[in-house]
Ligand binder design. Structure first.
Ligand code: PMP
Length: 437
């Protein structure tokens, strides 16, 4: 036994076990913040998932799928997507995009939008290729680009002061056209667009999308368009699909998520929609890694979409009701944070809201020259001492830019009324204690 032990020790020391592609991406903030939330929080507005149930029609569809007569729903299905699901997605997106889509070649089902993203980067990005990412961004884009051997190139949304007396809106965060243009070169392979954007809730306007589209066409660049929050837009705003702009369909992959669409993030059903010239390579990555996503979940999501297609635009549609419900929650949280002096940036879409913590800084002193951005220390302190879990905005910036905007935190408001009230109670009590001390 001693002999084996020394052999394995030797083996351990003789060469690195970690593949080079993992260098610098082994730390993940979600692991840390989810653990902190589980350990300390009484109220969790951190990670982005609803704490209310998915709609009954969806749960019932899943139950029928697993307990019904068709026992084949417990077995493998088509690798690139369960036929009923790709068919209904082709129908729905065909309508939204105003073009005929072939369910077998223009749609592919993935294990959540996460895997769709991973497949895109693996399929399109070569060693040394540059991929433009707009900050703040859903954090997995950066490590996924790096794992594919690519180089992320960041361009920030820059906030401009809101109109006098008005709260800042996510629309006040904008790209500088000249700065964006300067990031495109012959090395640029793709740009990642996320509208509505996590974490700000920004819904890109037609003019902003046109700017991006023109640069993509000019430089022959692909667009990976993460539209997982496509149904969550407020105040009558319109979600515009960049694939619909001139010259963009051929170079765009649309990514979606049933988790966000139907409030069932744990099901991990996502999809890609795009031209076959792009999707054929995504299929290659998918068939050689994941192969396919749970059949019964795909069947249930297909039925959910069937219902939604029939009710499209009608008051009973979940795609009409969910944003209505979430807009009320958003408005409530905006008002309560504003009253507390934690200035909210009013989101136009998604179920996230970013707020300014400057007025709450006094309890959590800054440590000059620390490697950790202030908002991160603040969020950790808050969950440990106040029991309220949120995510620091610096999470959504690359390493070099984490201190550019380090006095904001992100709340998820896809929560029951009682959860939001409990969060408000915590902040109110904290504020009272601060004022009296
Ligand atoms: N993209 C964005 C912008 C997201 O916010 C998320 C989930 N937080 C995903 C992709 C991943 O979606 P899924 O849960 O379907 O994998």
């Amino acid at each position: 036994q001693t002999h084996f032990l020394s052999l394995s020790l030797q083996a351990k020391m003789s060469r690195p076990v970690q593949a080079r592609r993992l260098e610098g991406i082994d730390k993940n903030i979600w692991v840390e913040f989810v653990k902190l939330a589980t350990t300390y929080s009484t109220v969790n507005l951190g990670q982005g998932f609803p704490d209310f149930p998915p709609p009954d029609f969806l749960k019932e569809a899943f139950m029928r799928a697993i307990s019904g007569e068709n026992h084949m729903l417990h077995q493998y299905t088509r690798a690139f997507g369960h036929p009923p699901l790709v068919k209904i997605l082709a129908q729905l997106f065909g309508k939204l995009l105003g073009r005929d889509l072939d369910p077998m070649t223009n749609v592919m089902v993935t294990v959540g939008a996460y895997q769709a993203l991973f497949c895109c980067f693996q399929a399109f990005v070569d060693e040394g290729d540059e991929v433009i990412i707009i900050e703040p961004f859903f954090d997995c884009y950066e490590p996924m680009v790096k794992m594919a051997g690519g180089k992320p190139v960041f361009v920030p949304l820059r906030p401009k002061a809101p109109k006098h007396g008005k709260l800042m809106s996510s629309a006040d965060w904008q790209l500088d056209p000249a700065e964006l243009a300067s990031k495109f070169s012959e090395r640029t392979k793709a740009i990642v667009l996320n509208s509505p954007n996590n974490p700000l809730g920004k819904v890109f306007s037609r003019e902003e999308l046109q700017l991006i589209a023109d640069l993509c066409v000019k430089h022959d660049v692909l667009c990976i368009s993460d539209e997982v929050y496509e149904w969550l837009v407020y105040d009558g705003k319109e979600h515009i699909r960049i694939a619909n702009l001139q010259g963009m369909w051929e170079r765009t992959v649309i990514i979606g998520s049933a988790g966000k669409t139907f409030s069932a993030t744990g099901w991990k059903v996502g999809w890609t929609v795009g031209p076959n010239r792009l999707l054929q390579h995504i299929r290659t990555v998918h068939q050689n890694s994941v192969y396919h996503c749970a059949t019964a979940a795909q069947e249930a999501v297909a039925q959910g979409f069937q219902r939604e297609l029939e009710l499209y635009g009608k008051p009973d549609s979940y795609f009409v009701q969910l944003p209505k419900l979430l807009q009320q929650k958003r408005d409530w949280l905006v008002q309560s944070l504003d009253a507390l002096g934690m200035k909210p940036i009013v989101p136009e879409g998604t179920y996230f809201l970013v707020a300014d913590i400057s007025e709450f800084k006094s309890d959590v002193p800054d440590v000059p020259d620390s490697d950790e951005p202030y908002d991160s220390r603040f969020a950790k302190w808050m969950v440990k001492n106040k029991g309220l879990a949120v995510i620091p905005l610096s999470t959504f910036y690359c390493g070099a830019h984490k201190n550019n905007y380090n006095h904001f935190i992100r709340f998820c408001f896809a929560k029951e009324e009682a959860t939001l009230k409990a969060a408000n109670d915590i902040l109110q009590k904290w504020k009272r204690e601060k004022t009296s001390s």
